[in-house]
Design a protein around this ligand. Structure first.
Ligand code: SF4
Length: 325
């Protein structure tokens, strides 16, 4: 029997626009996975509810924007099963069934839960939020995903999920696939304020930005604070602009580093060149984005959901049979 190709499962919450950090990180990896195996990408709107349950009015728009960003970045809905989580009700049903076997203490010890509770002072201490690592596991398990791209900080989530699968299979017989992590090492992309690029910091260069906006953001970006005048020597290694050159202006990197250090290059000129390079780098993605006819999105997502529901129904049926339901 020919072995089934690996099935990669991943997803993202529709909570804002995707940016340069995503483009050179997870998105480029997903595009690569799509070339070499079966890929399922979920637009996780139910996960968005765990923290945005009081702002549901934005979710439909966010799903559309996310779809545009994903497809612009190269996700091809003909090759990748791309769907909205809430369009696959089997996920919710399986989440309920599996919730019966998960000790609360397992969920409470997931580090992100503890971090969020500390950070937000209990604002998100809902029943749904506590259970979101389980829903993540169900997202994977219901699609029989065997390969999950994760960063080091998410390994504990996946380990939690693997424990749940082992417990289920131990209680009811071998039914679910234990997913494996594939560690992703993405380039560290700083935002324009020098912190990690993140929509919550308002320091992003978005896929959906136009070129003028990108140029403005680059101009306003911080640089090496000790390089005050043009001829002051700079430290490219601490400057976000230099990082963007490394991503989008590769052949010029050695010269820019040397000229920054020697003081031959001023930040204004460096930023002008950087903005041009970034715009050139992102132009094909942005052109693909603006070429998508938004009226086609619901039908494409429905097609993805149909494929996802077929896989999910079969898994759910196995789970119910195993549980004698
Ligand atoms: S010259 Fe360029 S790399 Fe050097 S500090 Fe200024 S903006 Fe950054």
């Amino acid at each position: 029997m020919t072995p089934r190709p690996r099935r990669v499962m991943s997803g993202t919450r529709p909570t804002g626009r995707l940016h340069l950090g995503h483009l050179v990180g997870a998105l480029s990896q997903w595009v690569e996975f799509q070339r070499t195996g079966e890929t399922f990408i979920e637009i996780a709107d139910l996960h968005a509810l765990t923290t945005a349950f009081d702002r549901t009015g934005d979710i439909a728009d966010s799903i559309r924007e996310l779809f545009l960003d994903l497809v612009a970045a190269g996700i091809d809905p003909k090759r990748t099963t791309l769907y909205v989580q809430s369009h696959v009700p089997q996920i919710s049903e399986m989440h309920l069934l599996l919730s019966m076997i998960v000790p609360v203490a397992w969920l409470q010890r997931v580090p992100t839960f503890k971090d969020q509770i500390n950070e937000l002072g209990g604002e998100v201490a809902t029943y749904g939020f506590l259970g979101y690592p389980l829903m993540q596991l169900v997202d994977i398990a219901v699609m029989r995903g065997d390969t999950v791209p994760v960063g080091k900080d998410q390994l504990s989530h996946l380990e939690f999920g693997r424990e749940v699968v082992r417990r289920f299979n131990h209680l009811y017989g071998p039914t679910l696939v234990e997913p494996q992590a594939t560690l992703s090492e993405f380039p560290d992309v700083p935002g324009t304020d020098g912190r990690k690029m993140s929509k919550s910091y308002g320091n992003t260069i978005d896929i959906a930005d136009d070129e003028e906006t990108t140029t403005k953001k680059v101009r306003a970006s911080i640089t090496d604070p000790l390089k005050v005048r043009r001829h002051d020597p700079g430290r490219p290694e601490i400057c976000p602009i230099f990082k963007y050159h490394e991503l989008a202006n590769v052949p010029r990197v050695p010269a820019i580093a040397a000229e920054c250090r020697s003081g031959a290059l001023g930040c204004v000129d460096c930023k002008t060149e950087c903005a041009e390079a970034l715009n050139l780098f992102m132009r094909p993605v942005r052109e693909r984005r603006s070429a998508i006819n938004p009226s086609t999105i619901p039908a494409i997502l429905e097609e993805g959901a149909e494929k996802a529901r077929a896989v999910a129904s079969a898994t759910l049926a196995d789970v119910k049979t195993a549980m004698k339901l």
